[in-house]
Design a binder for this molecule. Sequence first.
Ligand SMILES: [Zn+2]
Length: 242
Amino acid sequence: MDPTSLRFRWPWAAGLVVLALVGLLRYGNTLAIALESPQPSRSIGTPAEGDLQHGKRLPSRGSNFRAYSDLGALIGRNAVHHRVRDTVLEAYAQVAREMPEAKFVYGETGWPGGGSFKPHRTHENGMAVDFFVPVRDLRGHVQRLPTHAFNRYGYDLEFNADGRLHDFRIDYDAMAAHLRALQQAGKRNGLDIRVVIFDKPLQQALFASRGGAGLQHQVPFSRGKPWVRHDEHYHVVFVERG
Ligand SMILES: [Zn+2]
């Protein structure tokens, strides 16, 4: 073969490989969802020691939300019980109607088959979801927290006691609307919120916000000190009713 033609083709081949990888990252999760079994999920045990059968992945994107990482979603770190999936999606749809400008990022949830989910200590039975705090910038414009490999997909971000991080401040009104929507959607899907784990001082700021007034009487919040500070995300645990 003429070596010059090989040299000519090489960039094309590399380009195609890159394109395939980008496509896989962007659409791999969607393809995996299309191939999921239609069987209902079954949650076994507890979030700290459990399993999940027929777990369902959350979509990577919607009109007002996205996953914390395309790579995380591609490899299936975004699976939950089908009732939790339906609850999460209905809640996003409800908040989209109430606060059309708000934008959300969900974090890690668990494997499609449940079980140990390092580095998390729980998330084993498809009933727990991490949600990154919705934020605005200092001018009040809605922003999305940057979640990528260099900040450990968002989990290394640290908000101060005033709910500030660089130019971001926590949008407590959006967070409260989201939690109320999760609780209502959960009820429709046969789920209760068992607990919301969120940094204690920031909980007070949430309850003191316009939208968060009375929220502590509607949604159960953790009272103890969690093993990691939950300031950049809130960890929501659902439980099947009855
Ligand atoms: Zn969590």
